[in-house]
Ligand binder design. Structure first.
Ligand SMILES: Nc1nc2c([nH]c(=O)n2[C@H]2C[C@H](O)[C@@H](COP(=O)(O)OP(=O)(O)OP(=O)(O)O)O2)c(=O)[nH]1
Length: 126
């Protein structure tokens, strides 16, 4: 199985969580936390800042780690690490996702999440 190392941001503002929806392709239309694959030579945090800048055109401050999960899909095994983050100043602009929502933790399960994200979502709700 292909091993895919991914880092994603659980961005909090005014007690709400930023959620993004994937478009077509793998895990089509599932909701996820924005982020992406860690490149060779990058730390998790470097990768996360780069991905958020690329995908959402904003800078983040990275806080505590939320969860680390390993989930096997038909296309590979995803090792997903999530961190709590805050926006530095700009509001996120969608460039790759097809939708976004700011939800209170109690409402997160109303979305259809990428399966690898469920442990992180449960952690945030707890
Ligand atoms: N960014 C992100 N990816 C996630 C999450 N949960 C989850 O299973 N994934 C998977 C989807 C992708 O297979 C991989 C992240 O790669 P990516 O963000 O570069 O996604 P991508 O669409 O460019 O990758 P690909 O499917 O085109 O290869 O991890 C999540 O919360 N955030």
């Amino acid at each position: 199985m292909k091993q895919i190392h991914v880092v994603a941001a659980i961005i909090i503002k005014d007690e709400k969580i930023f959620c993004t929806q994937r478009g077509t392709g793998s895990l089509a239309y599932k909701w996820e936390f924005p982020g992406g694959k860690i490149e060779a030579g990058e730390t998790e945090k470097e990768a996360l800042k780069r991905e958020i800048k690329e995908e959402l055109h904003c800078d983040i401050e990275i806080g505590e780690k939320v969860a680390h999960t390993i989930h096997t899909y038909d296309f590979g095994t995803v090792h997903l690490t999530t961190y709590y983050c805050e926006l530095m100043k700009e509001e996120p602009i969608l460039t790759e996702h097809i939708a976004m929502k700011w939800l209170y933790p109690d409402d997160l399960m109303s979305l259809e999440w990428a399966p690898a994200d469920i442990p992180a979502v449960e952690r945030v709700r707890a």
